[in-house]
Design a protein around this ligand. Structure first.
Ligand SMILES: [Zn+2]
Ligand SMILES: [Zn+2]
Length: 290
């Protein structure tokens, strides 16, 4: 059987999200012909702002799982950083991700490789029913965010911060900075996040016998600032720390630790499970999830 018959992507019609995704990929390719060290450096900083501060520390570990507490203004700042990743607003992102944890690799998981690897990577976004913030099936998953006026507003206007950033880059630096800081940087960040949904439910090692197919994968963790320690994460979703062993570099955890050191984050949820070195076979049944 070929990928085309096995993968759900090719059984679903394209949706409108397909258009900006294609345009951004085209922009990313054009950026490669406009290289400059300065533009690449700006893009690298923006990559960290959008993907680590925004998606990893903000949308994922704070808004979805409440792995730590912080003030509202830090929460809103991290949320605006998250919108720069062009992964939609916080309400749709968080609701989709909570659905994923509830149904991991089972019917109802929005992006499981059981429907095909490409489906889990990006097929679920560009084909089929788009998962936007008003999707009726998603709303029950985010009562907390829907009550918050800022999160409701930014979920509607999530594309505005990246549009403002694009104009600023154009005015201050020129097209080179737009192509690198917006198009190429966003596409790299999108695929890093997509890999957490695809690769770390297919390839890597499994420390914990979670009830899904999640894995720990070094190179995905490096591309996603620590989100690739995904088997650790599924074993204990509310922990603010995903990398458990010293060699499991988890930049998002280091970032949260810096916030704590600055007095900007508190009540950090640590793994109920022990660190990798301490975990014994006897511990494993304790964290088998349903
Ligand atoms: Zn997962
Ligand atoms: Zn999660």
């Amino acid at each position: 059987m070929s990928i085309f018959t096995r993968d759900r992507t090719f059984a679903e019609p394209l949706n409108l999200t397909f258009i900006p995704i294609v345009l951004f990929h085209a922009g990313a390719v054009i950026a490669l012909f406009m290289f400059s060290w300065k533009a690449a450096a700006v893009a690298a900083v923006l990559w960290w702002v959008a993907e680590s501060l925004g998606i990893g520390m903000g949308f994922h570990r704070l808004l979805t799982h409440r792995g730590y507490k912080t003030s509202k203004w830090v929460e809103y700042f991290l949320t605006v950083c998250g919108t720069l990743a062009l992964q939609g607003g916080p309400i749709a992102w968080v609701a989709t991700h909570r659905t994923h944890h509830q149904n991991s690799d089972k019917p109802g998981d929005p992006h499981s490789p059981r429907d095909g690897g490409f489906w889990a990577h990006m097929g679920w976004i560009i084909t089929g029913e788009p998962m936007h913030r008003k999707s009726a099936e998603l709303l029950p998953y985010v009562p907390d965010l829907r009550k918050d006026k800022f999160h409701s507003w930014i979920s509607e206007w999530h594309w505005v911060p990246i549009a403002i950033l694009a104009v600023l880059l154009l005015v201050l630096g020129g097209w080179k900075y737009v192509m690198w800081g917006i198009f190429l940087r966003t596409v790299v960040g999108l695929h890093a996040t997509y890999l957490v949904n695809s690769a770390t439910h297919m390839w890597g090692s499994r420390r914990f016998r979670t009830g899904d197919k999640s894995t720990n994968n070094f190179w995905v963790a490096m591309l996603s600032f620590g989100e690739g320690w995904h088997n650790n994460h599924h074993a204990d979703p509310s922990s603010a720390r995903h990398g458990l062993a010293w060699y499991e570099f988890d930049l998002n955890w280091y970032g949260i630790s810096v916030l704590r050191w600055l007095g900007l984050a508190w009540d950090l949820k640590l793994p109920r499970i022990k660190t990798a070195e301490q975990a014994t076979a006897a511990d494993l049944p304790l964290i088998v999830s349903s």
